[in-house]
Unconditional design. Structure first.
Length: 261
C-alpha cells in the first residue's frame, strides 16, 4: 500500500484527502494541514514511487503504471481506513488521478478541488512531452524535470514552487521517472474524455492567473460543465497555487467544501 499520513479531528467524520502531482510528495501540502485539520480529518498520500512510497526492486518491474492503477492505489488506502467518502484536493497531475477515481467510483468522492488542473495539453506542453520521450533514456531525468518546471513555472515569483518540486523530484529514481513519464502516452484520450463528460460531483478549479499553460482550457471546460463546476482564479499566481498563495487557496477551498457537504 502507498504511504499515507492522517491528522484526525475528533469533532467530525468528514475527510479531506490531498493528492500531490508527479515528482512531488505529500510534503507540498504543509501550508494546508493546520487550517484544514481545524475543521476536517485530513489524509495525505504519497503516490507510488514518491515521498515515503518507495517501490522495491521486486515490485518495480511488475507494476504497470496507468491512471486507473494509480487511482486504485488511492482507493486501497480509503478502504483500509474505512473512509466511505471524502473531499479530494489535488494539484497538477494529482487532479487527473482524482478525476479518474471519480470516474470509477463517484460514490466515494464528495467534492473535487482541482488546483493547477490539467485538462488539455497545449502546443507547448505537447512539444515538451515529445522531447521528454525522445530523451528519457538518455538524459538524467532531473535535467528533463528542471526543464518542465521552468516552462510550467517560468516567473521569478514561481521560484519557491519550482525549487520545491525539483527538490522532491531528486528523491525519485530514474526508472520511476520513466514509468511516470510513459503515462503521458495515455494522457490525451483521458483528458479528452474528462473535457467531454460532466460528472454530478461539486467541483472547484483553483487556478493561478499566470498558469498560461493550463488556465485557458479550464475556463472552457468550466463554461461547459456549469452545473457542477466553478472556477476560482488567484491573481499574481502560477501553477502551484497551494504553495504560492496558501492563505487565498485555503480560504477559497474551505469555503467551497463547507457548501459541498
Amino acid at each position: 500500500m502507498i504511504n499515507y499520513t492522517i491528522y484526525e479531528n475528533p469533532n467530525t467524520n468528514q475527510w479531506v484527502t490531498f493528492v500531490h502531482g508527479a515528482g512531488g510528495s505529500s510534503s507540498i501540502w504543509f501550508k494546508q494541514i493546520r487550517d484544514f485539520q481545524k475543521q476536517y480529518n485530513v489524509l495525505l498520500l504519497d503516490l507510488r514511487g514518491h515521498g515515503e512510497s518507495k517501490t522495491t526492486l521486486k515490485t518495480a518491474f511488475k507494476q504497470k503504471y496507468t491512471f486507473s492503477a494509480l487511482a486504485n492505489d488511492i482507493l486501497e488506502v480509503l478502504d483500509f481506513l474505512a473512509i466511505q467518502k471524502s473531499h479530494f484536493v489535488g494539484i497538477s497531475m494529482g487532479t487527473i488521478l482524482i478525476r479518474q477515481l471519480a470516474e470509477m467510483h463517484p460514490n466515494r468522492v464528495q467534492s473535487m478541488i482541482l488546483g493547477g488542473a490539467i485538462l488539455k495539453m497545449n502546443f507547448r506542453s505537447q512539444i515538451l512531452m515529445r522531447l521528454g520521450n525522445m530523451f528519457k533514456y538518455v538524459l538524467p531525468y532531473l535535467i528533463l524535470y528542471k526543464l518542465f518546471a521552468f516552462v510550467i513555472m517560468p516567473k521569478k515569483s514561481h521560484k519557491q514552487s519550482r525549487l520545491l518540486f525539483i527538490n522532491e523530484a531528486k528523491k525519485l529514481y530514474q526508472k520511476e521517472f520513466i514509468k511516470w513519464f510513459k503515462l503521458t502516452a495515455e494522457i490525451n484520450p483521458v483528458l479528452k474524455w474528462f473535457r467531454q463528460v460532466e460528472l454530478n460531483i461539486p467541483t472547484l478549479y483553483v487556478m493561478g492567473e499566470e498558469d498560461y499553460m493550463f488556465l485557458p482550457s479550464v475556463r472552457v471546460v468550466v463554461a461547459n460543465h456549469y452545473k457542477s463546476s466553478k472556477l476560482f482564479v488567484i491573481e499574481k499566481c502560477g501553477h502551484v497555487v497551494n504553495v504560492e498563495q496558501p492563505n487565498t487557496f485555503n480560504t477559497a477551498v474551505l469555503s467551497f467544501i463547507n457548501t459541498a457537504q
